[in-house]
Ligand binder design. Structure first.
Ligand code: CP
Ligand code: NVA
Length: 292
């Protein structure tokens, strides 16, 4: 297994399935000391509720410890180079989770880190989120292979990781997005179809998912985005166009009345709370496989 978890495509299908299967088997055990004595550092340049707490709780439940290291409290925030920080911290801790403005910071950190580096979100990708999403689907509906997944809205970091997952797990990803926000090189992704029609994307799909229109770091473009994405809201009537078995997912946090209708999180087709809880379980699977 690759030492670092920066993107899904650093791993084979078999390795990712192993992570998910470890996650499932640990899910019903409250305590297991597989990572006793291990220490995880969390370096976050951006806000987080789920990612931070799920990693902290995961380490505790696995018998280890985690410590949140705000960039402003580290010398990194005063200009100590990423390379030096990576060398020093990784000589002390067993793993590091990074949430960074730029994906390049993760690449540079990983290059100089002796310990595994886990991408806890960057401007490019959010691979941990997709592990939880796939676990949520598999638990309830079975294999995701061959299914149709509709992503509605911004082609952002979460969507990028979905696009990688589509190839690895062999499902079809339909991305409904205004042309302006689609990636330039659309054919770099296998199993991904881009359309500006949200109805076409959602029709007969097995999963419908979305995310905020303005990700952390995109605030300067906020007004344009609110205008161009207004036809890409996911609501109950839109979900009616999907299969009768569809589930709705959202990585959260969500903005009610923007990318989703006001009560969608409570729709019977929504699985967002199970999905959020699965961040904890999926990451336990990941930690055991990387640090164990
Ligand atoms: N979905 C997710 O990563 O949530 P947080 O930003 O709260 O960590
Ligand atoms: N795309 C969002 C995801 C937050 C979990 C962001 O980057 O802000």
């Amino acid at each position: 297994m690759n030492k670092h978890f920066l993107d899904l495509d650093n791993f084979s299908l078999q390795e990712l399935e192993e992570v998910l299967s470890t996650a499932s088997s640990l899910k019903n055990k409250q305590k297991d000391n597989i990572l006793e004595g291990k220490f995880l550092g969390l370096i976050f340049e951006k806000s987080s509720t789920r990612t931070r707490v799920s990693f902290e709780v995961a380490m505790t439940q696995l018998g280890g410890r985690a410590s949140f290291l705000s960039v402003n409290d580290l010398q990194l925030g005063r200009g100590e180079p990423v390379e030096d920080t990576a060398k020093v911290l990784s000589s002390m801790v067993d793993g590091l989770v990074l949430r960074t403005m730029s994906h390049d910071t993760q690449l540079e950190f990983a290059e100089h880190s002796e310990s595994p580096v886990i991408n806890g979100l960057s401007d490019r990708s959010h691979p941990c989120q997709i592990l939880a999403d796939i676990l949520t689907y598999q638990e309830e509906k079975g294999e995701i292979k061959g299914k149709k997944v509709a992503w509605c809205g911004d082609f952002n970091n979460v969507c990028f990781s979905y696009a990688q997952a589509a190839k690895i797990f062999d499902f079809e990803l339909w991305v409904a997005c205004p042309e302006k926000y689609m990636p330039r090189e659309k054919n770099q992704f296998d199993n991904v179809i881009f359309t500006d029609s949200i109805n076409e994307a959602v029709r007969d799909s097995d999963i419908v998912t979305t995310d905020v229109w303005v990700s952390m770091g995109d605030e300067e473009d906020e007004n344009n985005r609110r205008l161009l994405f207004q036809d890409y809201q996911v609501n109950e009537a839109l979900l009616d166009q999907a299969t009768s078995e569809v589930i709705f997912l959202h990585c959260l946090p969500a903005i009610r009345g923007e990318e989703i209708s006001s009560d969608l999180l409570n729709d019977p087709r929504s699985r967002v709370w199970a999905q959020a809880e699965n961040r904890l379980h999926a990451q336990k699977g990941l930690l055991v496989n990387l640090l164990g």
